[in-house]
Design a protein around this ligand. Structure first.
Ligand SMILES: [Zn+2]
Length: 527
């Protein structure tokens, strides 16, 4: 069964973030003395023909807009009603605002306002909310009030909500932007800044969550649609990745410092490609020192209280995974003489992060996770081989960031809390090799067992992202299909799967051995 339950959760979380930020009242500190109107700030009204300021005054900590401003900006006609109300007419719409209570009637429907109008000389000040609550709903052209950025968007303009935040990396700072709706970004390094430009008319941006660090001096919005990131003295390189999901864009920018602790620091260019700033945690060599295979970690999926998928006849994924893993270990040891470790050798619960950590701490050269697939449609069949998708990189980072640090076993005993993002970067280093191993396994399996129409796939499997070595996940078949459930239980099918993986490992090892010792620090990807 696939291990991506966390994905919907984090998307919901991201959406919620935007929603909550959007619903926030404007900042209230520093308001004027009671009853004394004072100029405060200027909202901006954006239309298809340009932008204009909307002056706002603050009374008792509340923002008000003057009647003449409503007239000049929105064409609202005001008159005082003898019955004790202010009548606003905008096109065919009639709004009656109570002069004594925070209430208005919009075409006969009552809406609340935070306060009643305030008289200013011969005119009136109305709570600025009157625009959002009374004038905007159902208006044509559309009026869209974006409180947090003090923007009023009139007509069909592209003004995505952009929420930025930063978090520390071992050697720099990660910035994530949640952009809804998605707008194409470009990131340009220019004169001590990174310019993050979005294909939009304007931005409803909140960059208050972006702090400062040695590589980052701050963030500011540069109208119309750019966010400027100031680069600190320690800046060496950056890299950006984007992910789209549900109409939203998640843009991740890692701003990296030169690694002062590296004994022979490689010069890194300004472009993201050259970035080498990710310091590993317990596993110093990011790139293999030697290409030979010595240790393989086999990961039987699930276990203990975590049963995985269940077949129609009651077969449990965790049991199939363990049975095949034991045979695979014996076969690799016997035929290749390699050290093979299992992340679990019994029916026990093992956390996902602990599995990759186990492989890392044992300096494994390959990580192979074994599973049986599940589908809501029992007709779905066939084996599939997965490796990690970098496309989900931003997402996975968010998921990690949303959780407390994972407690992972440390070299030399004990445990430590680890930032999962760094583990994810580890797998990114091995993507080519993971893909190559996946292709080899897929080809060997195809010769022996029925494959799914999508036999090789990429997915952001959490169990793989933390592995600092080539890593794949094999779905040996659909346990939810009655025929495949039976098959998964037979010694013959299990040994076909084992033989396929052993053959693939033999092929992988042979190519590694051919490449041999002269390999320096360059990653290679043989054709
Ligand atoms: Zn599974």
């Amino acid at each position: 069964m696939r291990l991506r339950r966390w994905l919907p959760g984090l998307l919901a979380c991201a959406v919620l973030l935007v929603a909550v930020a959007g619903a926030q009242p404007p900042g209230q500190p520093g308001s004027s003395a009671a009853g004394q109107p004072s100029p405060r700030r200027v909202w901006t009204v954006l239309t298809t023909s340009g932008s204009q300021p909307l002056p706002v005054v603050v009374v008792n900590g509340r923002e008000y807009v003057s009647a003449p401003t409503l007239t000049s900006v929105f064409g609202v006609v005001l008159r005082e009603d003898r019955a004790g109300g202010l009548v606003l007419t905008m096109g065919s719409r009639t709004v009656v605002v109570s002069l004594t209570q925070g209430l208005a009637s919009v075409d006969g429907r009552v809406v609340s306002l935070p306060a009643a109008p305030v008289r200013q000389g011969s005119s009136w000040l109305l709570p600025v909310d009157v625009i959002e609550r009374a004038l905007a709903p159902g208006s044509s052209p559309r009026i869209d009030v974006r409180r947090r950025s003090s923007l009023i968007v009139v007509g069909s303009l592209t003004v995505p909500a952009v929420t930025g935040r930063s978090e520390p990396l071992a050697t720099g700072t990660r910035i994530t932007f949640a952009v809804a709706p998605a707008a194409d970004p470009t990131v340009v390094h220019d004169d001590g800044r990174l310019l993050v430009r979005f294909a939009a008319d304007a931005l409803d941006a909140d960059v208050a969550g972006i702090g400062t660090s040695q590589v980052l001096t701050g963030a500011r919005v540069a109208p119309p649609a750019t966010i400027e990131l100031g680069l600190g003295a320690a800046f060496a390189s950056y890299r950006a990745a984007e992910q789209r999901e549900g109409g939203q864009l998640l843009l991740t920018i890692d701003i990296l410092a030169a690694t002062p602790t590296a004994p022979t620091p490689e010069p890194t260019g300004p472009a993201g490609e050259a970035a080498t700033g990710q310091a590993p945690l317990d596993t110093p060599p990011l790139l293999p020192e030697s290409t030979g295979l010595r240790t393989i970690v086999i990961d039987p999926g699930h276990g203990g209280t975590e049963q995985g998928a269940r077949g129609p006849s009651g077969t449990l994924e965790k049991n199939v995974a363990l049975a095949v893993a034991r045979q695979l270990k014996a076969a690799i040891e016997a035929r290749l003489g390699l050290r093979v470790l299992l992340t679990r050798s019994a029916d026990e619960t093992v956390a996902l992060d602990a599995r990759a950590a186990f492989a890392n701490n044992n300096k494994a050269d390959l990580f192979i996770s074994l599973h049986a697939n599940a589908s809501v449609r029992s007709s779905v069949t066939g084996a599939e081989v997965f490796y990690v998708s970098l496309g989900e990189y931003g997402n996975a980072s968010r998921a990690s960031a949303a959780e407390p640090g994972a407690v992972l076993p440390a070299l030399g005993g004990g445990e430590r809390v680890v930032d999962l993002i760094l583990w994810e970067m580890a797998q990114a280093q091995h993507l080519n090799e993971s893909a190559r191993l996946a292709r080899l396994i897929e080809a060997e399996m195809r010769a022996r067992v029925p494959m799914s129409p999508r036999a090789i796939q990429q997915a952001p499997f959490r169990v793989l992202v933390g592995a600092n070595m080539p890593a794949v996940l094999v779905e040996m078949g659909f346990i939810t299909n009655p025929t495949e459930e039976k098959r998964l239980n037979t010694p013959d099918y299990q040994s076909q799967v084992v033989n396929a993986i052993v053959s693939a490992v033999v092929g992988f090892k042979a190519s590694r051995d051919r490449v041999g010792a002269p390999l320096a620090t360059q990653q290679q990807d043989p054709p």
